[in-house]
Design a protein around this ligand. Structure first.
Ligand SMILES: NC(=O)c1ccc[n+]([C@@H]2O[C@H](COP(=O)([O-])OP(=O)(O)OC[C@H]3O[C@@H](n4cnc5c(N)ncnc54)[C@H](OP(=O)(O)O)[C@@H]3O)[C@@H](O)[C@H]2O)c1
Length: 242
């Protein structure tokens, strides 16, 4: 069975990815700080439940990442896919944002996935195959008032994707980014209904994308159809940026 590590797999977009990949036959290792009710329910109800695993880990503990990856390798064997999805969505006007909040955002959204990828890709290189998907955002290229630091971290994800794709392509590893538009999850819960409707109204399809749309794209990138797709940023925003 091909194993896929999905960070932030306990809820929101990550949980949708975990459930969809398990249903498609992958062994899924979901990582987050806490196992959520929603994840537990999926493990009890989904037919693919036997392929859904959860391992608690705080990805902000960057120094502990090498040992964590080693433990996963020892327990599960080869890791075929890595989905860097965990992220913070802290809003704030730059002029008044606390430095500690800026640092936490950059740590979890940039430093942590880069270091995690370093330790996972080493094994992929030895295995001669692998698929990496980084979850960015349309904010990386559009901008949004109050999301300058978040936008910086999401632009980092696409920059990382393109260069790493060049670096590891010759070893049979693909690296892609997905840029979702606004999706209703805990991360965007502070967004008012009015803002939600405004964003939907501005989108070509007059609606917002959903978590499972992102999951379907990840499944595609990890499947046969994605074998010659690398170094790209795939947008899923119901036409918000069209
Ligand atoms: N929702 C949107 O509109 C949207 C749009 C574009 C891009 N995105 C991106 O999509 C990704 C997922 O977003 P989402 O909306 O699904 O967010 P979410 O519902 O807030 O879920 C975030 C996930 O990350 C985990 N996480 C947070 N801090 C962590 C830490 N220190 N260590 C380990 N895991 C941690 C959370 O679990 P714990 O809290 O238990 O650790 C949870 O599983 C993010 O990268 C986000 O930037 C979201």
């Amino acid at each position: 069975m091909r194993n896929v590590l999905v960070t932030g797999g306990s809820r929101g977009i990550g949980l949708a990815i975990a459930r969809r990949l398990a249903a498609a036959g992958f062994g899924v290792i979901a990582v987050a700080r806490r196992e959520s009710e929603a994840f537990r329910a999926a493990r009890e109800l989904d037919e693919s439940a036997g392929r859904l695993h959860f391992r608690a880990f705080d990805l902000g503990e960057v120094d502990a990442i090498p040992a964590f990856v080693k433990r996963l390798r020892d327990e599960f064997g080869a890791i075929y896919g890595l989905v860097n999805n965990a992220g913070l969505g802290t809003e704030g006007l730059l002029a008044t944002m606390r430095n500690s909040d800026i640092e936490a955002l950059v740590r979890l959204n940039v430093l942590s996935p880069v270091v995690l990828t370093k330790y996972v890709v080493r094994h992929m290189m030895a295995d001669g195959q692998g698929r990496i998907v980084n979850v960015s955002s349309i904010i990386a290229s559009t901008g949004y008032n109050g999301l300058s630091v978040y936008g910086a971290t999401k632009a980092a994800a696409t920059g990382f994707t393109r260069s790493l794709a060049r670096e590891v392509g010759k070893l049979g590893i693909t690296v892609n980014a997905i840029a979702p538009g606004f999706i209703a999850t805990e991360l965007t819960q502070t967004l008012s209904d009015e803002s939600r409707q405004r964003i939907a109204g501005r989108s070509a399809l007059r609606r917002l994308p959903e978590t499972d749309d992102v999951a379907a794209m990840v499944e595609y990138l990890l499947g046969d159809g994605g074998r010659n797709v690398t170094g790209t940023v795939l947008t899923i925003d119901a036409g918000n940026t069209a």
